[in-house]
Design a protein around this ligand. Structure first.
Ligand SMILES: [Zn+2]
Ligand SMILES: [Zn+2]
Length: 155
């Protein structure tokens, strides 16, 4: 992560630093992102005692759909901004990048907005197959189940 550690002293001679297409390894402790292929470009500019950083995170992240469990890739392009001052001396930009990526991760990833998910009855992927199982609404489905149980008990 050497490219992401910035020192104020490095900006004494020249005021700007530009980093392009640097690979960013995301440790996947969150579990939602199955795989990531991300790169970072940023420009850091010194304004007297402040270094201002403007950049972009881009690439692809691989998720498991929370409805149908299919694995899918999502392209990512997130802008970020950061800054540090002379007093900080050294600044690790990778923490800010990581936070930005984590905030962008969906709580319930969907392969597409209208994903139909998995049939609760036969287990098929309803995006691929239109099964004729009856699960129109959960209330009705549960009521049917109970009525069967009640009938069985009556015998
Ligand atoms: Zn899905
Ligand atoms: Zn079904």
């Amino acid at each position: 992560m050497g490219k992401f550690i910035l020192r104020f002293d490095d900006f004494k001679k020249k005021k700007e630093l530009e980093v392009k297409d640097e690979i960013f390894k995301l440790d996947l402790e969150k579990g939602v992102v199955k795989k990531s292929d991300l790169k970072i470009s940023f420009k850091a500019v010194r304004y007297s005692d402040i270094i201002n950083i403007v950049g972009r995170i881009y690439g692809t992240e691989t998720f498991e759909c929370s409805r149908c469990l299919e694995i899918f890739d999502k392209s990512v392009s997130i802008a970020f901004e950061s800054s540090f001052s002379k007093e900080d001396e050294e600044f690790d930009l990778s923490d800010d990048i990581k936070q930005t990526i984590i905030l962008d991760i969906p709580m319930q990833p969907l392969c597409y907005d209208g994903c139909k998910g998995i049939c609760q009855v036969c287990g098929c992927n309803k995006n691929e197959k239109d099964c004729k199982c009856k699960e129109k609404n959960d209330g009705e489905f549960i009521a049917q189940k109970w009525s069967k149980i009640i009938k069985l008990n009556k015998k």
